[in-house]
Design a binder for this molecule. Structure first.
Ligand SMILES: [Zn+2]
Length: 165
């Protein structure tokens, strides 16, 4: 996932996902993909409100829901029932700092190793037993960084990695 996409690329992406492309939707999507912090609707609203002065919080909520339905974003539950949004929709793991409630992506190189080691037959058994089709794995590792600088460094490294890919 790159953090620098052109207006054309966003238009193409929206059209591939059958989503009408408006200026507000584009601004919101740009705001969402430019951060790895898994923001809430309110945080995204604060971010776009200065450039999109006529946007309302309700529009932000509705647009984020539309992104999720179209497969352009996924929802994560935050503390106290708040919802966070993530433009990375591939299977990936999250670290949640229990104290600050910040959410960081587990680097894919490690996350993929964990996901690969989940026995497929257990998931298949679960699907059969409960009559439930698994479409996505969301795993959250809750804990805390030994040093708060580690959290900041990880976020910076991820951002650099994302912008160079
Ligand atoms: Zn994520």
């Amino acid at each position: 996932m790159t953090t620098h996409v052109t207006t054309d690329q966003i238009q193409q992406l929206f059209s591939r996902h059958r989503l009408r492309c408006t200026r507000q939707r584009r601004a919101l999507y740009e705001a969402l993909i430019s951060t790895r912090s898994h923001p809430t609707a309110d945080q995204l609203f604060q971010k776009v409100a200065h450039s999109e002065q006529d946007i309302s919080l309700a529009t932000v909520y509705n647009t984020l829901e539309a992104f999720c339905r179209a497969g352009l974003a996924q929802k994560l539950l935050g503390r106290g029932g708040s919802t966070r949004y993530d433009a990375a929709t591939h299977n990936h793991l999250h670290l949640r700092d229990a104290q600050s409630d910040t959410v960081t992506d587990v680097p894919d190189s490690i996350g993929e190793r964990i996901l690969k080691n989940i026995p497929q037959h257990i998931l298949t058994d679960l699907e059969k037993e409960l009559g439930f089709r698994i479409t996505q794995l969301q795993i959250e590792l809750v804990g805390q960084f030994a040093d708060t600088k580690d959290a900041a460094n990880l976020a910076v490294n991820r951002a650099m990695e994302a912008s160079s890919s």
